[in-house]
Every structure is written in structure tokens, then in C-alpha cells.
Ligand binder design. Structure first.
Ligand code: KG4
Ligand code: ZN
Length: 327
């Protein structure tokens, strides 16, 4: 079965081909440089770029994978959450192609796509339940996956997401967008010299909060002299530690068989090594995407579509939903 994946939820135009659950090819046209001068994604610019890129990218994917349009059996496209103009480009492209071919178009939730990014290396789906930490530019959530396509929200951020906090602090420190990789790189040469606030550490629930941390770092740097590496290292610790604390808490409350982390921030090595240590201590498997698949890509969307289709639980949503929640 040949599945075409289409991802245009934010600032990456990405198309991929998955055959029988294995990734055959993935092409991504990143708009990072275009948005860098604005310090963040400009929605109107993003959708225009998707429009320009998507059809040439589709032809390149077919020629590089040796697949014909008529070979496609299923199209999976991100229908939400994301920027509405950007989502529209991918969803319309996928719907049009599906009508032309007479093959189904399956709407994929971008967050469920991130969950499947960990299986792009060809590893099999483990037994449920899975404890999932979803950390992207727009989301910070702890979720329990009880079965295929069945999710229970344990808790999420009440304000900014952790990725957004990395980006905002980086911008304040005059580092490039996206801020996460920049801060991680600077943090390597620094030490935890400053204590910044970490929210909800003692509460029994699974809420997160990042707006206080952002404000604390920004006002500290306005009033004090500092070494950039130390600020980045102190900030990174304060941003990642609450995630690790809540994962440990959830693993004692729920009997998950697997810890899975996904979303752009799952590329962060401080988070990855913290999760591996927790996995060792609790004797559970830790799954995380290869770093190159942590950021948005259509491979994860095609793979999610393949598994959702196989489970017979695909949605018949016809229009995009910029606020589509996973559970
Ligand atoms: O999942 P993603 O590619 O896009 C969304 O769906 O939002 O996540 C992008 C986010 C950005 O906020 C970026 O700064 C963050 O992931 N990120 C990182 C790292 N790499 C990307 N944050 C911390 N450390 C990283 N190495
Ligand atoms: Zn994403």
C-alpha cells in the first residue's frame, strides 16, 4: 500500500511516501530562512510559500521514489492543528488529488503525526498503554495512549508551550529562529548559575506553565550582566526539568509500558538523556524520534495515516480544523 503524506501546518512544506508502513522518501522545503528576519513565523507569508512549493515538491517526490500518481492508494494530510492558511494549502492539494485519483484522503491530526515520528526508523508499535510527552512549538502535554487512536489527556500547559518559550527567550537574547537548537547549542558551554522559576513541581496534577519562566529570564537579563552560555544552560534546565518531574510522577500513577516523547523539542539532548535515565530507573522502554524526524515532516503524517487506516478508525473530516485537539 502506497501512502502519500502531506504536511503544511506551519512553515515547512513536506511530502512523503510510505509503502506498507516503511518510509520510502520524504522531501521538505523549509521556510526557516524566510521567517528568520521576522523572528517568528508570519502566517500569510507561510501560506504563500506553501502554494509556491507544494506542486514542484510533489513531482520531485514521484521522480525520486519512482512512483506514479496512479500507484497511490491513500493520501494522509494534516488537517489541524496549525495555521489556517497553511493547513488549507495542504488539505486542498490532498483533497483535489484524492478526488482525481478516486483514492481516500485521510485527515491526520498533526500531533498524532508527531507520535508516529518515533516509528519512522521502521521499529514496530509496542504494546499499550504508552505515556506520551508531546512537546512542539504549539503544544506541551502529557498524554496516555490506551490503544490505537485512543488518547487520554493527563495535563497540558496553561499558557505558553515549552517550544514557544525557547523561541521567545532566544529572540530576546538575539539568537536566530527557531530558538530551541540555538539555546541548546549555547547551553553546552555553560553552567546552571541562575535559578529560574519552575511551575507546578509540587502539585499532584499534570499542568505546565512557561510564561513566568520567559518573563523571569528576560527581566534578569535586562538588569544583570551575564554570560550567554550560562543563561542558556540555566534556562534550559528550568524549562526541561518540569517535564522530567511530571513524567516520573505519571509513571508512578499510571502503569505505562512505554515512554514516548515527540514534537520539535524532543530533539533536545538534555530532555532525551533525562528521559533515558527515567526509563532505566523505571525499567520501561523509551521511544523518541531520530533527531531529524523530531521537527515537522510528512513522513510522520504518512505513517500515522497508514496505521489509522489499518485500524479502521479514520475520520471523515472534510474541512481543516486549526484548533483540532487530540483528546
Ligand atoms: O514540532 P515542531 O517542529 O513544530 C510544531 O509543530 O510546532 O516544533 C518546533 C519547536 C520550536 O519551538 C523549536 O524551537 C523547538 O521545537 N525545538 C527545540 C529543539 N529543536 C527544535 N527546542 C529545544 N531544543 C531543541 N534542540
Ligand atoms: Zn509539529
Amino acid at each position: 500500500m502506497n501512502v502519500l503524506g502531506v504536511e503544511t501546518s506551519c512553515d515547512d512544506t513536506s511530502l512523503a511516501l510510505v509503502r506498507d508502513g516503511r518510509l520510502v522518501g520524504c522531501l521538505t522545503s523549509s521556510q526557516t530562512v524566510t521567517h528568520q528576519r521576522f523572528g517568528g513565523v508570519v502566517p500569510e507569508v507561510a501560506s504563500r510559500e506553501h502554494l509556491k512549493e507544494i506542486i514542484p515538491l510533489y513531482h520531485r517526490l514521484l521522480s525520486e521514489t519512482g512512483v506514479l500518481t496512479s500507484d497511490l492508494d491513500l493520501i494522509g494530510a494534516t488537517f489541524g492543528p496549525g495555521l489556517s492558511g497553511s493547513l488549507l494549502v495542504g488539505a486542498q492539494f490532498a483533497s483535489g488529488l484524492s478526488a482525481h485519483l478516486g483514492c481516500p484522503c485521510l485527515p491526520v491530526n498533526h500531533l498524532e503525526g508527531h507520535v508516529f515520528s518515533v516509528f519512522l526508523d521502521g521499529s514496530p508499535l509496542p504494546a499499550y498503554p504508552w505515556l506520551i510527552l508531546l512537546v512542539s512549538g504549539g503544544h506541551t502535554a502529557l498524554i496516555l495512549a490506551l490503544g490505537p487512536h485512543s488518547y487520554r489527556m493527563l495535563g497540558e500547559t496553561i499558557d505558553d508551550s515549552v517550544g514557544e518559550c525557547f523561541d521567545k527567550v532566544a529572540r530576546f537574547l538575539s539568537l536566530d529562529y527557531p530558538g530551541g537548537p540555538q539555546i541548546e547549542q549555547k547551553a553546552e558551554g555553560g553552567a546552571v548559575l541562575y535559578q529560574f522559576p519552575q511551575s507546578f513541581l509540587k502539585e499532584k496534577d499534570y499542568r505546565f506553565s512557561y510564561s513566568g519562566l520567559k518573563t523571569a529570564v528576560c527581566s534578569f537579563t535586562e538588569r544583570n550582566s551575564f554570560r550567554l552560555n550560562d543563561i542558556c544552560c540555566s534556562f534550559q534546565t528550568a524549562a526541561i526539568n518540569p517535564l522530567l518531574v511530571k513524567i516520573k510522577q505519571a509513571l508512578t500513577e499510571f502503569s505505562a509500558k512505554v515512554l514516548l516523547i515527540a514534537g520539535g523539542v524532543s530533539a533536545n539532548n538534555f530532555l532525551r538523556s533525562g528521559c533515558l535515565k527515567i526509563g532505566e530507573k523505571h525499567g520501561i522502554q523509551v521511544l523518541m524520534p531520530e533527531r531529524k524526524w523530531a521537527m515537522d515532516n510528512a513522513g510522520m503524517i504518512a505513517l500515522a495515516a497508514y496505521h489509522i487506516h489499518k485500524s479502521g478508525k479514520g475520520l471523515q473530516r472534510r474541512s481543516i480544523d486549526p484548533g483540532w485537539t487530540l483528546c
